[in-house]
Design a protein around this ligand. Structure first.
Ligand code: FMN
Ligand code: MN
Length: 483
């Protein structure tokens, strides 16, 4: 898969795409259709007739595990945790490097100077109290490190201010913030480009906590097991994807900071109310590279579960697992950051214990990783018989293997996210965390006796299952429970 249209086609082939041909307004209607569709776990949507525009809008691309699997080129019935395992495997080998090319479909149309108009695209207005139209949701910003030449891809929301300016919400400590600070120090403008629509893996990776100095193009190429095609821009000098739909190119002036938002965020609350947040960077768009007939990609945000939460769940589980693997923490069986936790606030890890305190080692390791040290509120560790993504059994473990006084540890200070509505609006830099160890202590000599079925009788019953007439009723003896 090389471009966004390849994903759309694969979804269509799998019955996972719906084309909306009736006229839809970009002003609230489009986002409300998408949100209600996502609540119902519906298909990806391609809005082909957006009022006033002849460019289609793609939403709900990744609302289900099935479509994430399609996007990653994995078997469609793979679970989120198993997909994250594949992610970990692909990114803990020697990384595949991108390939430099001279041109690509994104050069079909070049719009410059006074012709630049961000409202030429069918940008949705999403929630009633939003501060404007957000041109960047399924977007990534490309920036470069002045000292090391490291190229970074990061997904940061972008709001249209006017024809050729959009605000960017780069949260402190994000990689584009590192690059911005270099320019702020020198008083120079930062070259930057916003990419909207590309091979879908680009977006999965740009919204991922890949470690600093690691080039996201390498991760993209490694997940695809094929070099992605990039070119060096003659305008900004940045390395940009040749197969993108739309690229907004220009620069960020350290002196031009403006209010941005509010925006109905993935937490289920608005963020960026007037006067309540820090002023945000602005992309001055000098040139637009685009296809003649691009697909405009947008993601709904808001309350879980939308495709934003599914994306975060998958890619953060992937990077957390990669980090744990790189730390050589033994015995990890599965890892999961549930989309219900907005795809970021809670992690669950299953471990096969091999020494006293092993499960605690895992809990502490999680919160020391790049993913786990940022915004995470809690980690639940379970024994190896419980898959991390089997919530029913995780709750069982918290009920029968967990003693709060012994097994919970509160860590008082850690990096938070300014979007966390559980923290006071003027004190969102730091959060506490909890480690909940729901494993039976390894060192116990007398362990409680767990119930299992008689293995021979279980086999016999399964072999005679049809005779009992239960199969005809659609009841099959293969639950996920460890009986
Ligand atoms: C749909 C979506 C929107 C996001 N919006 C923002 C945002 O506005 N600001 C931000 O700092 N991070 C945002 N994130 C999270 C970042 O993309 C993520 O932290 C990523 O690691 C940033 O790239 P970096 O690590 O290279 O800085 C968003 C993620 C998703 C999936
Ligand atoms: Mn990065």
């Amino acid at each position: 898969m090389k471009e966004l249209a390849d994903f759309v086609k694969r979804c269509e082939d799998e019955g996972e795409l719906h084309r909306i041909k009736t006229e839809v307004d970009w002003n609230l209607e489009l986002s409300h259709i998408a949100k209600l569709n996502e609540e119902a776990r519906g298909p990806a949507l391609l809005f082909e007739n957006v009022k006033g525009y002849d460019i289609p809008v793609l939403t709900s691309a990744f609302t289900t595990a099935r479509r994430l699997a399609i996007g990653l080129g994995l078997p469609v019935d793979m679970s989120m945790s198993d997909m994250a395992r594949e992610w970990m495997k692909a990114t803990t080998k020697e990384l595949v490097r991108p390939k430099m090319v001279d041109s690509g479909p994104v050069f079909e149309m070049i719009v410059k100077g006074d012709d630049v108009d961000l409202e030429a695209f069918p940008v949705p207005y999403m929630y009633p109290l939003d501060g404007g139209r957000f041109v960047g949701t399924a977007v990534y910003l490309v920036t470069e490190d002045k000292e090391t030449g490291w190229t970074n891809l990061g997904t940061y929301r972008m709001q249209i201010h006017d024809r050729n300016h959009c605000g960017i919400q780069i949260i402190k400590g994000k990689h584009a913030d590192f690059h911005f600070n270099q320019h702020k120090k020198d008083g120079t403008k930062m070259p930057a480009a916003a990419v909207i629509g590309c091979d879908v893996v680009h977006f999965l990776v740009s919204s991922t906590l890949v470690s600093a100095q690691l080039d996201e193009y390498d991760i993209i190429s490694s997940l695809r097991a094929e070099p992605c095609e990039i070119f060096k821009s003659d305008l900004t000098g940045l390395k940009l994807p040749a197969n993108a739909e739309i690229i907004l190119e220009g620069w960020v002036d350290p002196k031009d900071l403006r209010e941005e938002g509010p925006f109905g965020e993935y937490t289920g609350y608005y963020s960026g109310a007037k006067g309540e947040e820090w002023p945000k960077q602005v992309l001055h768009v000098e040139r637009i590279l685009r296809r003649k007939k691009p697909i405009f990609w947008s993601t709904t945000v808001g309350k879980p579960i939308t495709d934003t939460h599914m994306i975060q769940s998958l890619n953060r589980t992937g990077t957390l697992w990669t980090d744990l693997e790189n730390m050589r923490v033994p015995g990890i069986k599965s890892v999961y950051i549930p989309p219900e936790s907005t795809g970021r606030f809670w992690a669950i890890v299953s471990v096969e214990q091999k020494y006293p305190g092993h499960s605690n080692h895992v809990g502490n390791a999680v919160i020391a990783t790049t993913t786990g040290h940022y915004g995470l509120k809690g980690v639940i560790v379970v024994d190896h018989d419980i898959p991390a993504d089997d919530w029913d059994r995780v709750m069982w473990a918290l009920s029968v293997r967990f003693d709060p006084l012994r097994d919970a540890q509160i860590i008082k200070r850690g990096r938070s996210t300014p979007l966390d509505p559980a923290l006071p609006i003027d004190a969102r830099q730091i959060t506490s965390r909890i480690i909940m160890d729901a494993c039976t202590p390894y060192e116990w000599e007398r362990k409680p006796q767990e119930i299992f079925l008689d293995p021979a009788m279980k086999e016999k019953v399964i072999s005679r299952w049809k005779e009992y007439g239960l199969a005809d009723k659609g009841v099959m003896p293969v639950g996920k429970h460890n009986l």
